[in-house]
Ligand binder design. Structure first.
Ligand code: NOJ
Length: 748
């Protein structure tokens, strides 16, 4: 059989996606005539209403009288045509009531967009997106998004504020939890997968929702890792890294985009004509609509970019923001701006047109209502939970496994289960858990108890997740001493990552570290399970734990998925989507760094630290298995390639251990000499393959030379002639090496 049969074309997926243009796929032409006719009949106030989003949720912590008053206010605004979309409304019956008001009582009977943050599940919660990325299985994450869309639409939501596709190289930033990590290639594939999963082929199907790529753009690079902080990146990095995932989402047909809170090199995203008009609508021909982030339009005043709310509204509309999310600058200022001639009504018409097209694409004019019986049947369906369990265990990354401590034998008689998170229901859901409910979460204790019915499980909390000092170390040590092995669950509570939850230090909180040290001192075999929303700096665990399993915040099926991996019912194969540093001070640290003129060596005057090694604790792409793999027979064809051609790579991967397992085969390249310096490694293809004990597989990739492109000094996207080194292996540091010659150049 030819080694190149059944090519695995990760790059081709990206290219194929370019066949679909954003917005077009979600708005078939028949809608256009009706929309034009509708627009012609609408008053300026009604048009502005379509660009106004307000909160639509029912606050539960107010008395019933107040709730009625809120609802009446909301219905009044909808009835008058002053609202086009809602944030945070939930439930088929409730949303039907609001839609009924819009389509039966508002002037032109225009249905509402109802948006929610369906980030990693709706009621059934999947691992946080950082964990989902660790699967290195975009096709599986597409299925997770499909399930999330099904649950959301059944409950009345028709628009998700996802995928979140910011690239982040700074684990201090709390929102790294929502990203696919530090690599734009992996991030782009995850972005496209989620767009397909949410929107499907036809977004008017009763189980699909509009997707929204966010946060446009470079929100993942705030100075100091502090949320909402200033972003200052080179134009090359902006294009090669931060815009890349968004471009892929556009090619995949994403219906909408959300601006970010940050400025980009001095111009706030919500007023940034370059990123919205020149790049998004111009270069990429994006046909969907753009929403601001929450209150981001008036925040341009504090940025020092707009004089007042009217100025902010004018700048945002001109730059290309169609919907004002809860900033009310459009609602309050656009009519005056039109009257004074500062904003043309034509610009407003263009935005309204895009919003109405999105509503039409959802089929809302024909079927605005959800079926509440479907809602009951759909949320938390058994098959949704089963998929959540499978994705959770596939997301887990085995960081250390000394002397094959894992998997633990099921015959174990006494197991100590220790740590502040063993009984938590809220924390495993992670940040932005949408309408996930604590009561449905399988705790770590419940998962292990179900899997080990014959084992005595001795438990101790030991300490709080945060706080001053541990309170229960003695009790924990007693439990450890009485057991054959210890499972110690450490990490972060759900409120230690996410929006507005950046950390200046990503080390383990002091009480947890003290607890861990005491347990290591017992000499008992100790497995650390990390529940976390970000990479952590864990040098002591790396040194002294017997085994470390990074389980992220794994979602509803937490305990079952962890038990599956710890007990060997599932052989872990997840890989880090973001680097674990040795210390916070190493940040930013990422695998695709530059070489510098003084790469680290033993010499004093090279690029390193005097107090900590320069290398990461665990790099992007790293992850162990309960078995081992050996690589051989790496081939590349042809040996020379045109800049617009592609190469085929094949490698033989053998399972040389004692268990069936899965390996994430990764292909990296390096352009050693170029007109602008290039990273020491860059991922350009991967595949997660299952290989049985004693078996081997020929794994094949097709890689377009276009992936070697970069932006030169003149901001031309170029593929330059010369050697490209290729590395194929199980992580960026090891691997077989080959190379290919690019024989001509392309500049665009
Ligand atoms: C602010 C967040 O930045 C954004 O991601 C989210 O979609 C909106 N709030 C709405 O909840």
């Amino acid at each position: 059989m030819s080694p190149f049969k059944n090519l695995i074309a990760a790059t081709a997926i990206l290219l194929m996606l370019s066949a679909r243009t954003s917005g077009d796929s979600t708005s078939p032409p028949p809608h256009q005539a009706r929309i034009a006719e509708l627009l012609a009949r609408m008053s300026l106030q009604e048009k502005i209403g379509q660009l106004n989003m307000r909160g639509g949720g029912q606050p539960m912590d107010v008395n019933p009288g107040m709730r009625d008053q809120n609802l009446n206010e909301l219905l009044g605004e909808i009835r008058s045509g002053a609202v086009g979309s809602l944030l945070g409304a939930n439930g088929a019956d409730y949303i039907n009531k609001l839609q009924r008001c819009a389509v039966e009582e508002s002037p032109h009977k225009i249905p509402l967009l109802v948006g929610n943050d369906v980030i990693h599940g709706f009621r059934t919660i999947f691992p946080i997106p950082l964990g989902e990325a660790a699967t290195f299985q975009p096709e599986l994450i597409e299925r997770a998004a499909t399930v999330a869309a099904r649950e959301a639409r059944a409950a009345g939501t028709n628009w998700t504020f996802a995928p979140m596709i910011d690239v982040c190289r700074d684990a201090r930033w709390g929102r790294i939890a929502e990203t696919a990590g530090e690599d734009h290639y992996l991030g782009a594939l995850m972005a496209a997968a989620r767009v397909r999963g949410f929107q499907g082929d036809r977004v008017d199907a009763p189980d699909r929702v509009l997707a929204c790529g966010k946060h446009y753009v470079a929100y993942g690079a705030p100075e100091g890792g502090r949320d909402y902080n200033t972003v200052d990146v080179s134009m090359q990095t902006l294009h090669e890294v931060h815009l890349a995932t968004f471009h892929t989402a556009v090619r995949a047909g994403v219906a909408s985009m959300m601006t970010s809170f940050n400025e980009i090199n001095g111009v706030p995203a919500s007023g940034n004509e370059y990123v919205m008009r020149t790049v998004l609508r111009g270069d990429w021909a994006f046909g969907g609509f753009v929403v601001s982030d929450y209150n981001a339009i008036p925040e341009m005043i504090l940025h020092g970019y707009a004089a007042d709310r009217a100025d902010a509204a004018a700048k945002a509309l001109r730059a290309g923001v169609d919907i004002d999310m809860c900033g009310f600058a459009y609602r309050d200022e656009l009519a005056g701006l039109v009257a004074s001639g500062r904003v043309s009504e034509k610009l407003i018409d263009e935005s309204v047109n895009r919003v109405l097209r999105a509503k039409a694409s959802l089929g809302l004019f024909e079927s605005p209502y959800s079926d509440s019986s479907l809602e009951k049947r759909t949320l938390l369906a058994a098959e949704h939970r089963a998929l959540a369990r499978d994705i959770a265990r596939r997301s887990m990354v085995l960081l250390k496994n000394n002397k094959e401590l894992l998997p633990l034998p099921k015959s174990i008689k006494r197991l100590a289960l220790i740590g502040p998170l063993i009984d938590s229901r809220r924390d495993p859901l992670g940040t932005w858990a949408c309408y996930g409910e604590d009561q449905n979460v399988v705790t770590v204790r419940a998962g292990l108890a179900a899997a080990l019915p014959q084992t005595e499980i001795l438990t101790a909390r030991g300490c709080d997740v945060r706080g001053e000092s541990p309170f229960g170390v003695d009790e924990a040590v007693v439990a450890a001493n009485a057991a054959e092995a210890v499972v110690l669950v450490l990490g972060e509570s759900e409120d230690m990552s996410g929006e507005g939850h950046s950390r200046a230090s990503i080390e383990l909180p002091a009480p947890q570290l003290a607890l861990a040290k005491s347990l290591f001192d017992t000499g008992k075999p100790c497995v650390v399970v990390l529940l976390t929303g970000r990479p952590l700096a864990i040098p002591t665990l790396a040194e002294s734990a017997g085994a470390i399993l990074c389980a992220w915040h794994p979602g509803t099926e937490c305990g079952h998925a962890i038990a599956d991996v710890l007990l060997g019912d599932f052989n872990p194969a997840g890989r880090l989507p973001a680097t674990f540093p040795r210390a916070t001070g190493q940040i930013p640290i990422h695998y695709n760094h530059k070489n510098t003129g003084r790469p680290p060596t033993a010499d004093r005057y090279t690029s390193k630290y005097i107090d900590v090694a320069w290398t990461p604790q665990y790099s992007f792409g790293f992850g162990l298995s309960y078995t081992t793999f050996a690589y051989s027979d790496l081939r590349v064809e042809p040996a020379t390639v045109d800049a617009d051609g592609s190469i085929r790579i094949s490698v033989n991967v053998a399972n040389t251990g004692r268990r069936d397992g899965e390996e994430v085969v990764q292909v990296y390249f390096r352009d050693p000499i170029a007109s602008r310096t290039r990273p020491v490694r860059q991922l350009c293809a991967f595949e997660r393959v299952a290989i049985a004990v004693g078996q081997s597989k020929c794994v094949e990739f097709s890689i377009s030379a276009d992936l070697f492109a970069f932006y030169n000094w003149d901001m031309k996207r170029v593929v330059e002639p010369g050697e490209i080194e290729l590395y194929v292996g199980g992580n960026p540091a090891d691997g077989l090496k080959t190379s290919v010659q690019v024989i001509d150049a392309i500049a665009r």
